[in-house]
Design a protein around this ligand. Structure first.
Ligand SMILES: [Zn+2]
Length: 283
């Protein structure tokens, strides 16, 4: 932990102590600090989060466009310093997507993160190094029950953020069309975003894993599979999979697993092995 970080936390703890309900907030803040980057989600899988401490994640601009709403109030009570919080999560995402800060990394100059009073959950837009992530204050409000699930709300907010930040920093498959018009590209992008969320503890345990399906389904179905490949085939699988977007052209799931694990591997055989291993099928 760097000393300026300690100072910021100290000042924020003092602020919290001025408030009623201090113990609860204090607990929440400690939880926040713990998940925010002092404990690495990827540590045991060789990624070195401390190597990213000085990495320029881009300028992070938080804008609350939902001032005065209940959702906004809840958000700020959970995340007192959004810009620092988002930057810390961005470093975790980078440490999961890349081996080292010296890799060919998707450049992000600026992330504008807005809390907005509209429907939906969260989405990433923009490109060319300037990213916009929207988060719905209505969603925050709808999910929140005071005194019952402040922790859950923080957990969910972090999970959604990990997914959207992955979109900001991940590589995109080449030679197969775009996210909008190619299903393989889409499955890679959305699968990787949830794989990072799984790897960083952003879902609530194995029960959050959908049963069955196919690696082409994207999101959690693909995400949990990619993390299983990391845990069972190659501890570096996630960053190698991200990097395969540059190395395997035209990109395909099968081309990527052969590139990473060896020619004897096949994506459908791996999916079948995975489905057996997690007990979704019996033969
Ligand atoms: Zn997504």
């Amino acid at each position: 932990m760097r000393s300026e970080k300690k100072m910021i936390i100290f000042v924020q703890l003092l602020d919290l102590m001025q408030n009623p309900n201090t113990m609860k907030k204090l607990f929440l803040y400690l939880l926040l600090g713990t998940v925010a980057g002092f404990v690495s989600c990827t540590q045991k899988h060789r990624s070195n989060v401390s190597a990213w401490e000085k990495y320029d994640v881009g300028e992070i601009v938080f804008e609350d466009e939902a001032v005065g709403t209940k959702g906004s109030e809840i958000y700020h009570s959970l995340i007192p310093d959004p810009e620092t919080y988002i930057a810390d999560q961005a470093r975790l995402v980078l440490a999961t997507l890349y081996k080292s800060p010296k890799d060919s990394i998707q450049t992000v100059r600026r992330i504008r993160y807005t809390l907005e009073d509209k429907d939906g959950i969260s989405a990433k837009g923009g490109g060319g190094g300037s990213v916009h992530i929207f988060y719905s204050s209505r969603y925050v409000e709808s999910q929140y029950e005071p005194e019952q699930n402040a922790e859950k709300m923080l957990f969910e907010t972090r999970g959604v953020l990990l997914h959207e930040l992955t979109h900001a920093y991940q590589l995109e498959p080449q030679g197969i069309g775009t996210y909008g018009n190619n299903r393989v590209n889409w499955a890679f992008i959305e699968g990787m975003a949830d794989a990072v969320r799984v790897a960083c503890g952003g879902f609530e345990g194995p029960n959050a894993r959908p049963r069955g399906g196919n690696y082409m389904d994207g999101y959690r179905t693909t995400g949990y599979f990619l993390v299983w490949l990391r845990d069972n085939k190659d501890p570096d699988f996630l960053w190698k999979f991200n990097k395969s977007a540059l190395d395997v052209v035209p990109w395909s799931f099968n081309g990527a697993v052969k590139h990473i694990l060896g020619n004897e591997y096949d994506i459908d055989a791996l999916w079948h092995e995975y489905q057996l291993a997690v007990g979704d099928i019996s033969e």
